[in-house]
Every structure is written in C-alpha cells, then in structure tokens.
Design a protein around this ligand. Structure first.
Ligand code: FAD
Length: 401
C-alpha cells in the first residue's frame, strides 16, 4: 500500500477543470499542464509565469544560444539548418508532412511507444483533441495544423499511468517549455521533442472571427497559412486556394483576435525542441528544418531518404519593412485591396527571402509583442522578455507607450 508520504507532491495536487481560472490568468495559452496534477509545478513550468528559455536550452541542448551569432540569436541553438520537402507529400498534411512522417517512422521502428499529437474532434475540424498516438494511423489522423490553442499537455497523466518509457512529443513553443520543465517527473527513459514554430494563435472563437473577417467563404476553409509571398493562403474544401495579401488584412478588427499569450510570446522558433520543422526560413513550397542537438539529428536521419533537401538561403534586407510596419500596425492601417495587392507584388519581387524572411517575421512579431507586454504587463517586461528578444527589438525605434 502507498503511504501518503510516498505519493509525489504533484500527484496530490488537483487538476483544474477547463472552466477554472488559470494561474497565468489572461496570459494562459491553454497548453494543458493545468488540466493535470502537474499543475503543482505550474509556477516554474509555465512559459508565461516563468520565462526560463536560456536555462532550459542548457538542459536540453547542453548550451544556450550565442547572442553574438546572428543565426543563434534568431533561430536558437542549432547544429544544422536546411530546406526540405517530402519526395511524396502526405495528402492533407499542413505542408509536405515531414512532421507526421518522422512520428510514423519512430513508432514503426519501435523507437518510441507513443506520440503526443493533436487530432480534431468529429464535429469540428479546427477543435483540437490531444491524444497519445500508438499507431501510425493515429498519427496521420493528427496531420495538419489545428490553428487554435491546444491543450497538448493534458495527456501527460496518461503517459505516466501507462508506464510508457519512450515518448515523442510534437508541439509548439509554450507547450514544449512546460514539458521540458516537468519531463523528469514523467517516468520516461527517453523523450524526443519535435517542435513547430508558432505565432499568432487564437482561441476557437478568435479563429471564427479571423476566418469571417478575412476569407470569402469561412465555412469551407480546411487549412490556412501566412505564406512567404506575404499573402494568407486559404485552402477550401473543393481544393481551391484563396490568397489575401497581408497588407489588406483588417488590422483594426483583427487586433484583439490573437490570444494574449501569443501577443506576449518570444519563442516563435520553439527553442527547446530537439528538431524544429516549419516553413518560414525556406523558399516557397519547401519546409524549413532546424536540428538543435544529436537527438534531433537522430530523428531527421530516419526520414532523410524520403526528402529532397537544399541548403538554406537568405536574400534582401528586412529592416526598413519592419520599421515601417510598426506605426502602421499601431494605427491599425488597412490598405484598400487594390493597393494591398500592388504592394504585395512589389514586396514579393524585392522583399526578404529565405532566412531573411524568417528574420522579417520574427522582428515584426517581437516588436509588436514587446509593445504589447510593455503596455499591458509592464511589471513583467524585464523578466519575461528573453535577452535574445531584447537584442532583436533594440534594432528598431519603437513608439513611446
Ligand atoms: P503535418 O505532418 O501536417 O503535422 C502537423 C502536426 O502539428 C501534427 O502532428 C499535429 O499534432 C501538430 N499540431 C497541429 N496543430 C497543433 C497545435 N495547435 N498545437 C500543437 N501542435 C499542433 N511555421 C513557420 O515556419 N512559421 C509560422 O509562423 C508557423 N506558425 C504556426 C502556427 C501554428 C498554430 C502551428 C500548429 C504551426 C505553425 N507553423 C509555423 C508550423 C507549420 O505550419 C507546419 O505545422 C510545419 O511546417 C509542419 O508541417 P507538416 O506538413 O510537416 O506537418
């Protein structure tokens, strides 16, 4: 029999119901930790209560980023970066399905016993439903982004109860920071972490508002992405693609759509994952891969024969475009559609490409988020904004708030 003394402290803690207030309050990104008894660790683990990227980089990668290297400053600790795409893309995946392919391969080869990933509910293609997948079929059913806050860590108790020893977790930055903080408590022998970059996420209600404000046919959207050609691409049920230029978005209406957690986030590039698969540092049509450590390389090696790869490239200069976008966003400027399209064409021709596009996106979001935190949570500014983000933001002239 287990005595009260032998029960780990976290197991005595009660999980919060989804309707309960969250310790991070309005900054909660609903990562799912507080739905489990690991809520006991929330004060240290939550990305919005305790920013600790540098310390966790040390723990996960054996060193934190070198702030004097531009690539480290922007993209985090890494051994290698490349552009890649599946020779045979997975139909219905967000891009070419590199994430799902790695996860399937790890299950099939018995490298892991389970994969934390997120399917959608039967009723709603965008309503996230985190699971621990045990088969490649379950992983494939989780393909494509659910562009909403997703409580991926709500399955953590299941992992400990199942006795699973080798696990792959797929997730975005806030989920991965909390996971890294509690990973030693899960009873695992080996944890693999496959991350995606993430920015501008929304609640399910926020997503509806975004779709209704921006797409001509919000109910038929199956997938969307803010693309490197400075347009949002909406893919519809009938396979058609609707493109809306960034500069034509109704910034005034959309200002409050993004979750406050995402407006306060500085971990766009998922600093703590072993391997990151996104798109923004790669040419259009390609995915962008960042290998952070040996574990990440081991994961990538499993699928290299299924990929075409190219070295990363970088072209253009983002600085002026970022500087000009700061007051435009602050004032909620929306261009008429003809002007937005024209601007889109011009910027696509001469605008930043490859890694420079990724830096453009990071700079634009970090300056916006820095101003958001300064305005809404000034008491948190100093500790919450990581040193690398302060350096990035300091390149720009910001309005007084
Ligand atoms: P797939 O094989 O289709 O697999 C997608 C995986 O994502 C699935 O395993 C699923 O479990 C997981 N997933 C889906 N939704 C969520 C969610 N809400 N939270 C956690 N995990 C989820 N890349 C960039 O380069 N720049 C960006 O700005 C950017 N923003 C993103 C925003 C969100 C909310 C998400 C989820 C991803 C974002 N990405 C971004 C990553 C990119 O869109 C692709 O997910 C990535 O390139 C993998 O594509 P794939 O075809 O290999 O994925």
């Amino acid at each position: 029999m287990t005595s009260a003394h032998s029960i780990p402290k976290h197991k005595k803690a009660k999980a919060l119901k989804s309707s309960s207030p969250r310790p991070a309050k309005e900054l909660c990104s609903e990562c799912g930790l507080c739905d489990t008894y690991y809520i006991h660790y929330v004060k240290e683990a939550c990305a919005f209560l305790n920013q600790q990227i540098a310390e966790l980089e040390q723990q996960a990668h054996g060193g934190s980023r070198n702030l004097d290297s531009e690539d480290d400053l922007y993209f985090g600790v890494h051994q290698n970066m490349m552009a890649a795409r599946k020779k045979q893309p997975i139909p219905g995946a967000q891009w070419t399905g590199i994430v799902s392919t790695i996860a399937c391969e790890m299950l099939e080869r018995g490298i892991v016993e389970g994969v934390v990933c997120v399917q959608n509910t039967k009723e709603d293609r965008f309503q996230p439903m985190p699971i621990v997948a045990r088969t490649p079929e379950e992983v494939l059913a989780a393909r494509v982004n659910k562009p909403t806050l997703s409580p991926n860590l709500s399955v953590l108790e299941q992992i400990e109860h199942s006795g699973m020893k080798r696990l792959l977790a797929i997730g975005v930055g806030c989920q991965i920071q909390a996971l890294r903080s509690v990973q030693d408590k899960l009873g695992l022998e080996k944890l693999y972490v496959l991350g995606t970059p993430c920015v501008d996420n929304v609640t399910r209600a926020g997503l509806q508002k975004f779709l209704e404000t921006t797409s001509k046919s919000p109910d038929t959207v199956v997938h969307y992405e803010f693309m490197q050609d400075f347009k949002v691409h909406f893919k519809h049920e009938d396979g058609s693609v609707e493109k809306v230029p960034f500069f034509g978005l109704n910034t005034k209406k959309l200002k409050d759509v993004f979750a406050p957690s995402c407006l306060s986030c500085f971990d766009y590039v998922n600093s703590l994952a072993d391997l990151v698969v996104g798109y923004m540092g790669a040419p259009f049509g390609w995915q962008w891969i960042v290998v952070r450590n040996d574990t990440g390389q081991e994961m990538l090696d499993l699928v290299m024969d299924k990929l075409d790869t190219e070295p990363v490239m970088s072209r253009g200069d983002r600085h002026q475009a970022v500087q000009q976008s700061i007051p435009a966003y602050e004032k909620g400027v929306t261009l008429p559609m003809w002007a937005a399209k024209l601007m889109g064409v011009a910027i696509e021709k001469i605008g930043p490409k490859g890694l420079e596009y990724a830096r453009f996106s990071i700079d634009s979001h970090f300056t916006r988020n820095y101003l958001y935190v300064k305005r809404h949570h000034p008491e948190k500014l100093e500790a919450h904004v990581p040193e690398f983000a302060k350096r990035i933001v300091s390149q720009y002239k910001l309005p007084e708030v």
